[in-house]
Design a protein around this ligand. Structure first.
Ligand code: AMP
Length: 207
């Protein structure tokens, strides 16, 4: 299982990535998580990345490519991986191709979780989190019980969600055609319950 998972904010990508790692016994490799850990630990790389991350900008390609290269050497990645949040640019995708070619383990699939923009905005703007339990609710589809202490995350506010969706569209505008040309791109309908989406992904991967 050597997979890149791509999906817009609120597409359920995080949930599906967790389920896939459990099912296939391969690690999720998230450059966002690795960069946040480096930033928190105050490593030289973390310090270099910090300014870009805080400004909401992409960290330079060389930095994330180096991180992924090193991470792929770890024992747990020998069986495969699910990449999340990488690659984000065509140069990153090209570098990933070379890294994997060098190891003789080419990418098998780039899986895109597809959800319409209107539904994504609705999902995020109606999403609420119980501050005490961390439980996530949706005011329409999964209403919270009475007495829940609800919070609406700053990055789930409508304007922020729309901006993040614009960024996603700009990012994937070149990346998805790149993988389509290579014959690696597959799309899965992300509308439905998490279980329904998981079932679709599995049948696509095991096809
Ligand atoms: P994420 O959690 O994937 O949204 O990543 C958080 C932040 O880390 C992003 O806003 C970027 O600043 C940085 N980052 C994560 N992955 C990459 C990547 N592949 N290329 C460049 N910057 C990245």
């Amino acid at each position: 299982m050597r997979l890149v998972l791509v999906g817009p904010p609120a597409s359920g990508k995080g949930t599906q990535a967790d389920r896939l790692t459990a099912r296939y016994g391969v690690p999720k490799i998230s450059t966002g998580d690795m960069l946040r850990a480096a930033r928190a630990a105050g490593t030289p790389l973390g310090k270099e990345a910090e300014g870009f991350m805080n400004a909401g900008k992409l960290v330079p390609d060389q930095v994330v490519i180096g991180l992924v290269d090193e991470r792929l050497n770890a024992d747990d990645a020998k069986k495969g991986f699910i990449l999340d949040g990488f690659p984000r640019t065509v140069p990153q995708a090209e570098a990933l191709g070379s890294l994997l070619e060098r190891r003789g383990t080419p990418l098998q699939c780039v899986l895109q979780i597809d959800v319409s923009r209107d539904l994504l905005v609705e999902r995020a703007t109606l999403r609420r989190i119980d501050k005490r339990s961390g439980q996530i609710y949706h005011l329409k589809y999964n209403p919270p019980p009475p007495g829940a202490e609800l919070e609406h995350r700053a990055d789930d506010q409508e304007e922020t969600v729309k901006r993040r969706l614009d960024e996603y569209d700009a990012m994937t505008a070149a990346l998805l055609p790149y993988y389509e040309k290579l014959g690696l791109l597959r799309r899965v309908n992300g509308v439905g319950s998490p279980d329904e989406v998981t079932a679709r992904i599995q049948s696509e991967l095991e096809r």
